[in-house]
Design a protein around this ligand. Structure first.
Ligand code: ARG
Ligand code: GLU
Length: 709
């Protein structure tokens, strides 16, 4: 019996060990992967991708706007990223007369390129392993608290010291949960201008309906330019563009800035994430989105007002549904448990491995304790603060606290900020939606959180409103003055400290204060304590895994979780089978856009101009050899949020497209990767060039690119 059990474990594990395609690799250490990459088809070297001795591809990849990736495609600093990454800037530059979101934007001359104050592009210049320096004075005997202090001080000292010697910005980043540290040298570009964007019905085609979904037809790109000293930046490297497209099985790699993954969590943590927290978040957001939908369908103005709120909530909502299903279908928890069995066996082979075994064991009680606080936080943010009035009231809590001793400057500044918040809030506010959301969310909040562990205001619904949520909501919206723009503006215009007391009695401010007080007093301290303990355990468990995996699974390469530093990931182009009897091809074409076209459905409107080009088949050199216009393709690259806009490159390191999404069946790849269903979605560079050239007629941009045919 025992033997049988062990073989089952071995079989389950086999599936998880030789995970080709898995991994987000540190570019400075890419030599390790070179042989495998070349065996998979790569024709260049690791040194071509990352070098500090000569120009290399890393000199053409930037962290765009602090959350996305961009790549340089000309010797004039021309930069490509996703439409959804440039979205905020396209919106900022839009007015009623020039609605670039709707119409698109094309700078036909350099003078028309638009400044974007505040937008940055950050380029990695060098990274150096400084683990020894950061962990200097940390010993086996050092306690967790001491260690945290020492590490913090060592980082501060090193950064100060190194910063004096360089023009670049230096920082220290932690890898493998604090088991390795790198000193990073970054060049920060602060003059980045907007050059082009397709209309939203191309750049966002399919909208939230198609988000995370394959087959996909989104022209998700926008164009910027880096300037330095007022001139277009001359980079050390820019990508050559390939017009050859992709075939099933082709080698590709993605070079960019993945934000966060958690591949080394214990089973208890994955279970809490996927089976406890996400289902609640998904359920709450389903209720909210249903309410949004109902009103958005009825009224065109409301549809626009709630479009971006809908997109914000919907993005995570859909992804987490994919994570929940993926973990279940792929038996993620069972696989983690089987791994832990093997890990424990390894630990038992030597006395000095006991601490690793204890770390894994100790997760369980901490996570059990943490759950209560985690859920309290989840209900606060996902239910309580989803009520827009309450979230808005949070801005006013400070003003309601003002006394006659508060300096006038401080009050003026507060009022100034509140004026802006107020304009922005009412521009996109529709009270009937919010009232309905309030009833749904407060009902769910009360049902899920026990009476002795919830904000006072939720209990007052019993003591003052006979337990009737609706009548509390009627009172809240009926009495709060924060519901009226006119009244809010009047208060801001004539505010005096003596009026603060009255403001503090506003039911919306009472509600948000009740929720925040509860959180600060009863949730946050314990929650922090738990996460500190979890982080310490994760560090030790990671250290254990870093020793165990090379011994027990020598064929498996270890890579650190994503942490917003530059990474390389590689995999092959290919379709997949998402479920029984369904097979996905690896690319989509313009035909699919025409099939989806529906002038009555906002997400599927096709412009006249695009249809014309389609009808006349005017694809020029951007057509595939099969004669069609390819729009998007999927491949097995291990990507995550932050990789949006990343270059996807071929065996020669030429640009094939821009990464912009994953298929939702595989979104569990942030926790556990499975090559059979985890695929990244990219827009084909030929579609991008076709749009710039044929659709927009912005030939000057094509002319400055280097194109290999
Ligand atoms: N799912 C992609 C990401 O995680 C794209 C999001 C933007 N697109 C959208 N239709 N909401 O960021
Ligand atoms: N759209 C995501 C982003 O903005 C990338 C998709 C993913 O999570 O892989 O970074």
């Amino acid at each position: 019996m025992k033997k049988l059990f062990l073989t089952t474990i071995a079989i389950i594990l086999c599936g998880t060990i030789s995970r080709a395609d898995e991994g987000m690799w540190i570019p400075a250490l890419l030599q390790k992967n070179e042989a495998e990459m070349q065996a998979m088809g790569m024709k260049i070297t690791a040194d071509d991708i990352y070098s500090i001795n000569h120009s290399s591809m890393k000199d053409a990849v930037v962290l765009f706007g602090g959350g996305c990736t961009g790549e340089i495609v000309s010797d004039q600093g021309l930069l490509l990223t996703n439409h959804h990454c440039g979205y905020g800037w396209i919106q900022k530059h839009s007015t009623v007369e020039h609605d670039y979101l709707t119409e698109g934007f094309w700078a036909m001359t350099p003078e028309e390129e638009l400044a974007c104050p505040g937008l940055t592009a950050i380029m990695l210049k060098n990274m150096v392993d400084v683990t020894e320096k950061i962990l200097f004075n940390v010993t086996e005997e050092t306690t967790d608290e001491e260690r945290a202090k020492i590490v913090k001080e060592n980082i501060k000292k090193l950064v100060e010291e190194m910063q004096k010697e360089t023009e670049y910005e230096v920082s220290v980043e932690s890898f493998y949960q604090g088991n390795q540290y790198f000193l990073m040298y970054n060049e920060v570009f602060k003059d980045v201008r907007m050059v082009g964007a397709p209309p939203s019905n191309i750049g966002k085609f399919g909208g939230d309906t198609d988000n995370w979904v394959w087959p996909r037809h989104t022209g998700d790109f926008s164009i910027f330019r880096i300037y330095k000293d007022g001139q277009p930046y001359k980079p050390d490297y820019h990508f050559t563009i390939s017009l050859n497209g992709v075939e099933e099985g082709d080698f590709t790699f993605v070079f960019g800035y993945p934000a966060r993954t958690n591949e080394y969590l214990p089973a208890v943590a994955v279970n809490q994430e996927a089976n406890v927290v996400y289902p609640v978040v998904v359920d709450l957001r389903t209720q909210i989105l249903d309410i949004y939908n109902k009103y958005q369908e009825k009224d065109a103005k409301v549809r626009i007002q709630y479009a971006s709120k809908h997109a914000g909530l919907g993005n995570g909502w859909k992804k987490w549904m994919g994570v929940i299903e993926g973990i279940r279908n792929f038996k993620g928890i069972e696989k983690k448990q089987a791994f832990e069995e093997a890990y424990n066996n390894w630990c038992m082979q030597a006395r000095n491995r006991m601490k690793y075994m204890h770390a894994l064991r100790d997760f369980t009680p901490v996570y059990e304790e943490y759950e209560k606080y985690r859920m309290a936080t989840t209900y606060l943010t996902e239910a309580g603060l989803s009520i827009e009035l309450i979230d808005f009231a949070a801005n006013f809590a400070k003003l309601a606290d003002v006394t006659k001793d508060t300096p006038q400057e401080e009050i003026d500044e507060l009022i100034n900020d509140l004026r802006q918040e107020t304009t922005a809030f009412f521009k996109d506010y529709y009270q009937p939606i919010d009232e309905e959301v309030a009833v749904a969310m407060l009902t769910a909040y009360r049902a899920a959180q026990p009476e002795d562990f919830r904000p006072e205001i939720l209990n007052e619904i019993d003591t003052k409103f006979k337990g009737d949520v609706k009548s509390y909501v009627d009172y809240l919206f009926g009495k709060s003055i924060l519901i009226s723009e006119e009244k809010v503006v009047a208060i801001l215009d004539s505010f005096k400290p003596s009026k603060a007391k009255k403001l503090a009695k506003d039911p919306a401010i009472i509600a948000v204060n009740s929720m925040m007080d509860f959180y600060v007093e009863n949730v946050m301290p314990k929650s922090r304590e738990c996460t500190n303990r979890i982080n310490n355990l994760r560090r030790v468990y990671m250290e254990g895994q870093m020793k165990m995996i090379p011994e027990v699974y020598p064929e498996r390469n270890l890579y650190p979780d994503a942490n917003f530093t530059l990474r390389v990931t590689y995999g092959k182009v290919g379709g997949f089978k998402p479920k029984d009897a369904v097979t996905y091809r690896h690319f989509t074409t313009l035909d699919g856009i025409m099939q989806k076209e529906n002038p009555d459905i906002y997400d599927y409107v096709v412009t006249e101009r695009l249809r014309e080009l389609y009808d006349t088949k005017d694809f020029g050199r951007y057509a595939d050899k099969d004669g069609t216009m390819h729009v998007a393709f999927i491949a097995g690259n291990h990507t995550t949020g932050g990789n949006s806009g990343s270059p996807i490159l071929n065996a020669n390191g030429e640009l094939l497209g821009l990464n912009f999404d994953r298929t939702w069946e595989g979104t569990m790849s942030d926790l556990i990767y499975d090559p059979s269903i985890c695929k990244n979605i990219s827009v084909d560079i030929r579609y991008v060039l076709f749009l710039i050239d044929k659709y927009a007629g912005c030939q000057r941009l094509i002319d400055e690119m280097t194109i290999a045919e």
